[in-house]
Design a protein around this ligand. Structure first.
Ligand SMILES: CCCC/C=C/CC(=O)SCCNC(=O)CCNC(=O)[C@H](O)C(C)(C)COP(=O)(O)OP(=O)(O)OC[C@H]1O[C@@H](n2cnc3c(N)ncnc32)[C@H](O)[C@@H]1OP(=O)(O)O
Length: 243
């Protein structure tokens, strides 16, 4: 699957809805046992959640957006397929979350790229299921530091802490992902799927049982004046950096 939402694959409501529907089709296709997730945009895997979906929007629209973010995470994290992330560019915040839902992460070895959950840098707080996905990936202590600082890691740093599993030159990323997929698909599906579910079920069940309060929590947090102000400042910083 190639992410195509120019310029930076930000995760808007429309894009998330289309992504989930495409993933669902693959999930139901019994001939499809694995997916390599990569970006069709240069230099960026995904810029994370579309900040415009959280800035100046009505509570109803924010709620609809957050349900779509939850759906994307639930579909990817609980997928029966083998999902390999071929991270061919920067992957901050929601982009990092998306990568962490995959079974294996291969990143392009380019020091200009970065990956991590940088929410605190925007003045916002990563919800419990973002946090737990990271704990499940890199452990508690590393997550504690990473989340409080809103740390973005270079590919080498990300490999050191286990946030990605392998670095390769960018032009070898799909070939490496394909070789890795062959290895994963050699394991009998039922045994691998039950094992994957055993590892991830407690985190998935937790969000499933708290979906509505999590939406309410997001809406009441994101629509607060100081949070809107922080997002506005961050957006203008992004635009200024460009000019
Ligand atoms: C309870 C609340 C929890 C909410 C959780 C939120 C999780 C999130 O995912 S929040 C989003 C966090 N994302 C970021 O901080 C990434 C910001 N973007 C970047 O750092 C860079 O854009 C990049 C490294 C991804 C790419 O850099 P590059 O130089 O190639 O491109 P730019 O010139 O910076 O961007 C092009 C264009 O896109 C706009 N843009 C970038 N990111 C976003 C985004 N996440 N949402 C919306 N729009 C974004 C950027 O402003 C530029 O727009 P213009 O062309 O109009 O200037």
């Amino acid at each position: 699957m190639t992410l195509q939402n120019p310029p930076v694959n930000s995760l808007s409501l429309d894009f998330l809805t289309e992504f989930c529907s495409a993933l669902e089709k693959l999930e139901m296709d019994k001939s499809c046992r694995g997916v390599i997730l990569t970006s069709g945009q240069p230099k960026v895997f995904s810029a994370g959640l579309d900040i415009m979906e959280m800035y100046g929007k009505s509570p109803e629209r924010c709620g609809e957006f957050w349900r779509a973010v939850q759906e994307m995470w639930l579909k990817l994290y609980s997928s029966n397929m083998v999902i390999i992330a071929a991270i061919n560019g920067s992957s901050p915040a929601g982009g990092c979350l998306m990568s962490m839902t995959c079974d294996y992460r291969i990143m392009a070895d380019n020091p200009r790229y970065s990956i991590g959950l940088n929410e605190t840098q925007l003045g916002i707080v990563a919800p419990f299921w973002f946090k737990e996905t990271m704990v499940n990936t890199v452990g508690h202590r590393t997550t504690e530091i990473a989340l409080q600082l809103g740390q973005l890691y270079s590919p080498t740093e990300a490999l050191d802490i286990g946030l990605v599993d392998k670095l390769v030159p960018e032009d070898q990323i799909i070939a490496t992902a394909t070789q890795t997929m062959t290895k994963w698909l050699a394991v009998p599906d039922h045994a691998r799927q039950i094992t994957k579910s055993m590892m991830r079920k407690p985190t998935i069940d937790k969000l499933m049982s708290k979906r509505e309060p999590d939406i309410q929590n997001f809406v009441s947090f994101i629509t607060k004046d100081p949070i809107q102000k922080s997002l506005g400042l961050y957006l203008s910083m992004l635009k200024k950096r460009k000019s």
